[in-house]
Design a protein around this ligand. Sequence first.
Ligand code: URA
Length: 484
Amino acid sequence: MTAMQNVKLGAYYSVHLPEPDDFDFWRDRARQLIQCDVPPDRVSWIEPGGTSDLFAQDGPSRSKQRLPVPDVDARPVRANRRFLSVAKNAALHSDAERFALLYRLLWRLQANPKLMEDKSDLDVRRVEELDKNVRRDSHKMHAFVRFRLVESDEDEAQDHYIAWFEPEHHIVRANAGFFIRRFANMKWSILTPKGCLHWDTKALSESPPAERSDAPSGDPTEDLWRKYYASTFNPARLKVGAMVKEMPKKYWANLPEASLIPELVAGAQKRESQMVSDGARDFEERPDTLAAIATGIHHCRKCPIGQLDNHAVMGEGPHDATLMIVGEQPGDQEDQAGRPFVGPAGQLLDRHLEAAGIDRTAAYVTNAVKHFKFVQRGKLRLHQSPTAKEIDTCRWWLESERAIVQPKLILALGASAARGMLGKTVSISKARGAPLPLEDGSELWITAHPSYLLRLDGDAAVQQARLFAADLAAVKKRLEELAA
Ligand code: URA
C-alpha cells in the first residue's frame, strides 16, 4: 500500500500532543503527515486540555483517523536550520494555533526552501513573533525568579529554596537546564501555574501546576537580595524607562529588591557625582614591584569587598609581558586557589586562547578587582558583580600593575574590566573589534567576559562564542604585528 492509499480520501486527522511544550512529538508527527501528503487544512493539533478539535465534532466524514504511515522510501522532509531554531521556541508559545502554524510552514517549506527568508510572508512573520515572545519570557524567568528559603531539612542538612514565577508561555521545562547549571548545589523548586520543577542537587523532577499561595512570600534571604541589589545598583547606568521595560511592574511583587527602586532612583544622581569624586581617592605612594602590590592588595580594605571572608588574588605571568589580560574579579575557585582564571570561566578562556593561538603563559593575567565579592547563601558563595565605585577604587592596583608590566596590548574581558581600564563604563558591543589607544602608547581591546558565554544557551551561545573567538583572533593578529 502506498502512502497516498494510506491517506483516506478527504480524511481529517487530529493529533493530540501529550504536553503543550512537546516539540519533538510535534516534529515526528508533522514529518509523518508531510511524507503522506496530508495538507495543513486536514490536520488538527490539540494540546492537553485543548478544545480545538474542530474536526472531531464535524460529522462522520470528519471523525478522527489513525495517522497514515509513510512509505519506507517516502521523500525526506526538508526543514532548514532557521526554521528549526524559531520553531523550537514558537512551539512553547501559549497561542493555541502555534502547532498548526508550524505545520503549515513546514508544509510550505517543502515547495519553497527559501520561505523563511521572506520577511513579508505572514506565516514567517508570525512564527518569528512567537519565537521572540518566548525568548523574552525565558529572559524574564532567568532574571526574575527569586528563591526564598523555606525549610532546613535536618536529615540531609540541606536548605530548600522555593520560587514562584508566572510565565506567559510554556517555557518552564525548557529553562530547567539554566537553573540547574546556575544553582547546581542548591535544593530548589520553581512553582508556576504551568507546572513545577524540583531540583535536589542530583535529579530534576516535575509536578503539576501550583498556585501562588503554595509558595512562600518572605524569608530572611530577602534582606540579602535587597543588600545585593543596593550594592550592585549602578547609578551611572540608570535608565528609568529601560528599567521598567526590562523589569515590568508585574514581576515586582516577587522581587524583594523592588521596594528599594524608588529610593535608589531618587538618590542616583547624587551618588554618581559622589562616585566620581571618590574615584580619585588617596592611596599612598605607588608600589614599584609586583611583590609590593601583592602585599598591598592583601592588606587593602579600601572597599567593602576587602572586608569579606576572602583572599586577595594577585595577577600572574611574566613581569614584562606584551599582553595583559584583565578579568572582572576572582571567583570562588580563584579565591581558594589564589590564582586568576582557574575556575569554569578560566577554563573556557584557556580553550579560546589556545584556539586563537595565544599563549596564556606568556600573558600577564589579572583582574580589575582583586577580591572575590559574594553573598553567602547556606554553604554557597554566590558571585556578585562589583559596583562601579568598587572597580574605581581598585583601579589604583590595576594601574600599578600596568605601570610595572608595561604591556603593549591589554585585553579587557567584560564591562567591569573595561571600566577598570578606562574609569568609565562602555558598551561591549560598541567597543569590541577595534583597539582603543591608551595614553601610554599601548592599546586596549575589549571583548565579552567568558562567564557571560557560560550563561548563554542555544543560538545566542553559538553566536557569542563566534564573536569572542573573532575578537581573540584579532588580538592574536595584532600581537604578531607588534612582535614583527
Ligand atoms: N572571572 C574573572 O573575571 N576573573 C577570574 O579570575 C575568574 C573569573
